[in-house]
Design a protein around this ligand. Structure first.
Ligand code: BV8
Length: 244
């Protein structure tokens, strides 16, 4: 593994453009449950049954109870050493872009620059009726009212996240696709099963990027990347940073 770390560090040192894609695994060490891990959210609830517009249409209170429960579990979580390394690269590396699938905002709390949250934020809400109100931030746990209301039209508010079956916001998708034009593409802590995020590492590789994965487990991306490092992001990223 030491050779792998040295290779990745050397590539990052020489890279003009660095892109980092993260998934739920980067927040695991912070205590945020992953989606598909042993203690993941999928165990207690089936997110593909709840994180959808259909589920919200049918039972907004149940979906909000699930999000309120998740928000309560995330509220006291803090960025870990993996978030901090990525934040430092985003601040110091000339062209470092960070694309996250996570909605926990731990990259935001870590001070990450050039960050695109392609699935939105669990701390932001928007109007379900689409009355035109801009999305707003509400970090109260628990929320005062379930389901919360839009302050503009009084209608239902929804979590400002991208649900399964919903399109990503245009500007986020463009930013993510643009970030695949890079010299080094790191995919960190994602099971690489949710599209379009799972496609990005392949787009980067086709564009000539050096690609590396950091994950304790094998994923569908492991055989496609140049280097697959088996380990936790909170341990591996500081070791790579120390070699740059
Ligand atoms: C779209 C926000 C098109 C909500 C999320 C069949 C039916 C219906 C849809 C589809 C289908 N087949 C494909 C689709 C498309 C679908 C999809 O990909 N589904 C999957 C399940 C097959 N995608 C979509 O619907 C997307 N939209 O395609 O739009 C379109 C176009 C026009 C018009 C309409 C539609 C939207 C997808 C966004 C869904 N929203 N989140 C919420 O959070 O409540 S996705 C959700 O999964 C999270 O954002 C999460 O980040 C994401 C991906 O999961 P991971 O991050 O990878 O997490 P996971 O637990 O899976 O893995 C964790 C990894 O970490 C593991 O590998 C583990 O080993 C590793 N790990 C653990 N510890 C560590 C670690 N790694 C490093 N260090 C550690 N310490």
């Amino acid at each position: 593994m030491t050779d792998q770390l040295a290779t990745v560090a050397d590539r990052i040192r020489r890279a003009r453009r660095l892109t980092v894609l993260t998934g739920a695994g980067i927040s695991a060490a912070s205590g945020v449950p992953t989606f598909r891990g042993r203690d993941g959210l999928w165990r207690q609830y089936r997110p593909e049954d709840l994180a959808t517009p259909e589920a919200f249409e049918q039972n907004p209170r149940l979906v909000w109870e699930w999000y309120d429960w998740r928000r309560g579990g995330i509220a006291d979580c803090r960025p870990n050493a993996g978030h901090d390394v990525i934040a430092a690269w985003s601040q110091n590396h000339p062209q470092c872009r960070v694309i996250t699938q996570n909605v926990d905002d731990l990259h935001v709390r870590a001070g990450t620059c050039n960050l695109t949250r392609i699935h939105g934020s669990i701390w932001e809400l928007s109007c379900w009726n689409g009355c035109g109100a801009a999305s707003w931030r509400d970090e109260r746990v628990p929320l005062a009212d379930l389901p919360p209301r839009c302050s503009e039209c009084g209608g239902l508010a929804r979590p400002a996240v991208v649900w399964f079956g919903e399109a990503l916001r245009g500007e986020d998708l463009r930013a993510a696709l643009g970030a695949t034009s890079c010299d080094v593409f790191l995919t960190v802590g994602t099971s690489a099963v949710v599209s379009p995020a799972a496609r990005l590492v392949h787009d980067a590789r086709r564009g000539g990027a050096f690609t590396a994965e950091i994950n304790p487990e094998e994923t569908p991306a492991s055989t496609a990347v140049d280097v697959a490092i088996h380990g936790g992001a909170e341990a591996i990223l500081p070791r790579i940073a120390a070699l740059i």
